[in-house]
Design a protein around this ligand. Structure first.
Ligand SMILES: [Zn+2]
Length: 191
């Protein structure tokens, strides 16, 4: 999940637009109090989103619908906050998972490369939140722009046949290893 502190999703970067999933895609979402469960995405139809679309802005939020009909839908969830579930063909793939520490280091490096001169801090959570990362920065890009860089560590949003995130290069002892990033959520906190 990625949560942003900005109320406005503009300007939308091209990278952010690629995060949109087809309606009906199964996702998990760590942002509700119920805990992590499976939802199906639909475009958001709340008054705010409908008004934005009428004024020509691209859709930027989902509604999350429960699969069993027991829970009420969650509305107005940022596209970057819903993580698509792995495809069946990916479940038994052999993968080496990067540690949350290596994943955080990779994200820090990518952000500094994308936004030179902006001081980013990437912290890991503790205990049950140890697989959650928090990005803090001041000024520079907005949460949407940072989210477009961070979200590929949660999932591959660009290929319908693949949902697990693309592998990253982790260097240990001077030797590069290709590993899958590990993150349950990436929280964005612009001060
Ligand atoms: Zn909405």
């Amino acid at each position: 999940m990625i949560t942003g502190c900005t109320a406005t999703p503009y300007p939308l970067s091209a990278g952010y637009m690629t995060l949109r999933l087809p309606a009906g895609t199964r996702v998990r979402y760590a942002g509700d109090a119920v805990g992590i469960r499976t939802w199906a995405v639909q475009p958001c139809t709340c008054p705010k989103c409908m008004s934005a679309i009428v004024h020509g802005a691209p859709a930027s939020h989902y509604e999350l619908h429960p699969l069993d009909g027991d829970a009420t839908p969650i509305i107005h969830v940022l596209h970057t906050a819903a993580i698509p579930l792995p495809r069946p063909n990916e479940i038994y793939d052999y993968r080496v998972w990067a540690t949350p520490k290596a994943t955080a280091a990779h994200l820090r490096h990518e952000l500094r490369r994308a936004f030179p001169g902006v001081p980013f801090k990437v912290r890991r959570g503790r205990g049950v939140k140890r697989r959650q990362l928090t990005v803090r920065w001041r000024g520079g890009p907005d949460a949407t722009e940072v989210g477009a860089v961070a979200a590929p560590l949660l999932a591959d949003y660009t290929n319908p046949d693949r949902r697990l995130p693309r592998m990253i290069t982790v260097t240990r002892g001077g030797i590069p290893h290709f590993e899958t990033p590990t993150a349950d959520a990436i929280h964005l906190n612009r001060r």
